[in-house]
Design a protein around this ligand. Structure first.
Ligand SMILES: [Zn+2]
Ligand SMILES: [Zn+2]
Length: 347
């Protein structure tokens, strides 16, 4: 048996390399997982195109995953060799200032202990992630769909912050992976109507097929007026911004009815400033929330949503590719030909 494997290394913007490296050995509490599927993510594309604060090259690439336990470190009792598992890319320390105050997504020790390197034949799952954020794969869930657990857990946190009530009309800006996930989640939470706003006809069509009540092209209509028209002039009960620009952050606030909650889900580049109409924020009692990352609880919730079919993973993963085509896959994402792809090392 060979003791090397293939792994994609990120060497800087525009530079990926498929390398032959040793198969890792598990330390105490760790798992070595044979990767069955690792999905591509908007963050991977951003990193590939222009670098990313969290990914300092050279670094193993890829962070979404599902697979089979290949070997087990000392002290792991939850899993054994051959188990099908799925998990995410981080877990909180549970002892810092923010963890003790119930905000594990703000954990001071999160970023230093991220998981990297899922675009590979095998990946090491660190002990803190094994203990808190790794789960048995539900038997009805294919690896390729389960692998979207991490971004879905982020979407669940966003939707949880949105304060959805039964019968609400929710407007979501952005019909990419996050917008399409949020749409399915808020419907599961009881939203009666979801209005999707976006720029690309093909994505809006996909939103419609997945159950959007109305889809609006922001290239063709004034989003604020169109949402008001659909809500007796009021605006949406809840607005979720998942498009990622300063303009859409403002649009989100402007289409919110008095008393609404607005979730600013997308992160903008460091140094970006956004200005809002203070009269609307104050007199209309707008609640605006930032949201980041996920928590062990939202990871569990995301897994239940996938297993129950309330969120359709198949609607977001547009095919499988081998390790040798990761770069090509990212370029297909950039051209908006696909939302996500599952990298399957066995192909
Ligand atoms: Zn991701
Ligand atoms: Zn912490």
């Amino acid at each position: 048996m060979t003791n090397t494997m293939r792994a994609i290394s990120y060497l800087g913007p525009g530079q990926l390399e498929l390398r032959e490296v040793p198969i890792p050995q598990p330390n105490d509490g760790e798992l070595i997982v044979k990767v069955k599927a690792a999905t591509t993510c908007g963050t991977d594309l951003k990193t590939y195109r222009r670098g990313h604060r969290l990914f300092k090259p050279p670094i193993p690439f890829g962070h979404e995953w599902a697979g089979m336990v290949h070997s087990v470190g000392e002290g792991v009792s939850k899993f054994k060799e051959g188990d099908a598992v799925v998990g995410v890319n981080s877990a909180p320390c549970n002892s810092c200032y923010y963890c003790r105050r119930g905000r594990p997504q703000l954990c001071e020790n999160l970023e230093s202990r991220f998981l990297y390197g899922t675009f590979a034949d095998y990946v090491r799952i660190p002990a803190h992630i094994v203990a808190q954020n790794t789960h048995p794969l539900p038997s009805n869930l294919p690896f390729e769909e389960a692998a979207i657990l991490e971004p879905l857990a982020c979407a669940v946190l966003g939707a949880t912050y949105a304060d959805i009530h039964l019968g609400d009309t929710v407007a979501i800006i952005g019909a990419g992976a996050q917008g399409l996930m949020q749409m399915q989640i808020v419907k599961a939470m009881g939203a009666a109507r979801v209005i999707m706003l976006g720029r690309q006809a093909s994505r809006l069509e996909r939103a419609k097929a997945l159950g959007a009540s109305a889809v609006l092209s922001t290239l063709e209509v004034n989003g604020v007026e169109a949402v008001r028209e659909l809500t007796d002039g009021r605006g949406a009960d809840v607005v979720i911004e998942a498009a990622g620009s300063a303009e859409t952050w403002v649009l989100a606030v402007n289409m919110a009815r008095p008393g609404a909650t607005v979730v600013q889900f997308s992160g903008l580049a460091d140094g970006t400033h956004v200005s809002f109409d203070a009269r609307h924020l104050h007199y209309d009692e707008i609640t605006m929330k930032g949201v980041f990352h996920h928590t062990p609880r939202t990871v569990e919730m995301a897994l239940h949503l996938l297993a129950s079919g309330q969120v359709k993973g198949s609607a977001l993963v547009d095919g499988t590719i081998p390790l040798s085509q990761v770069e090509d896959g990212l370029l297909r994402m950039q051209r908006s030909e696909v939302i996500k792809l599952a990298v399957v090392p066995e192909l």
